[in-house]
Design a protein around this ligand. Sequence first.
Ligand SMILES: [Zn+2]
Length: 421
Amino acid sequence: MDGTRFKLFPQPRFLDDYEEPETVYVSSPAGTLDPGPADDRMYTIFPVGKPAPYGINPNPGSDDDVPMPPWTGDIEPPAMPDDEGHFDHLEPGTAQFEAAHLFGTVRFVLDVWEGYFGRPIPWHSAKHYERLELTILPSLENAYSGYGFLEMGGDRKHGRYKPFSLNFDVIAHEVGHALIYSELGVPHPSGTTGEYFGFHESAADLVALISSLHFNSLIDRLLHKTSGNLYRLNSITRMAELSGNAQIRIAANDVRLSEFERGWIKEHKLSQPLTGAFFDIFVDLFHECLLDYGAIDQRVETLSDELLATPDYAPVMQALFDEAYSDNPDSFKMALIDARDILGTYLADTWRKIDRNSLNFVDVARAFEAVDEAHTGGRFATLIRGNFEMRDIGKIKVGPQLAPLQKDSHANSVRTVVPLD
Ligand SMILES: [Zn+2]
């Protein structure tokens, strides 16, 4: 049976390159989705008159009830499938399109990661909630993956209001948190480390990055703009032209773990050395795959090592990549897809192995190395270890939390709160 069609924006709609959404199929067989959209795992609603987000006490300090799903008040009319069960007929600019975009994106990201895990990913809240509520709250300037819900606000800080329900990266990031809660769970309070929160943010960013690389249009655009020279993404001066992709901007960073030896404040900042290491591993895996396809030769790899940190690096490497890419664009695309799937598979296996209690980055790194050993006998061991060491992972201990989580955090109680049995 065929899947169900949705129109998704691979990147936020306000970016010029992505004025048009891409039509994708998600795995739900056509005709099986209910109005909302909804299925047996989740339902989408756009509440009318919802006063406050879920999971946060509306009057801090009081013992008022924390609002939790389900929402029982009024809702906008649900998104309706067409005669064949698809949702790609809906028009941007309507509540129904937003709801469909939210559902379609969550299903798309789940399809990607259930593929890497090789099985369905249950919800962390399955014990208390049969289905996850996907809910839209324009008054919320954040997005939360909570117990029994995924709630999407919007961005008011940068010009006109931009709903997160139309932002693939934000939704995929929150699905990433939900996935980690499901696979790892919440640590015991005595075993909670700063690195647990940093790991969570890193995993959520990687879920979003790898998921976004499942859009054909995004892969084509990335290769077209760089000729496959993904190293250039690490160069801050080059970032402006690609800064449209928030996930790549976050992942291609230079932050080292030693910056946090004295302590940390923002978990998202603390996550960057880990995310950066995985991004560099991804770039190196891509090169290995390009060598396998014969799309670049060893000369490129060798030159890259020789010229590293010299002024010749960027122009020489770019010229080599421009030539290699124009000779063999299809091999570049296959190599990128292979590298993406190696990283996705390895991460899924890694997350299954690590312990939520006393979690630290070096354990994540060693688990990732063990996964490579199991899959290939350690073919990529040197490049993996080298990239973790470049980030000081395994060399230093992260210091204490220096201040409470900030208002812009979304790792506060809203996400870690679980019902007491
Ligand atoms: Zn997050």
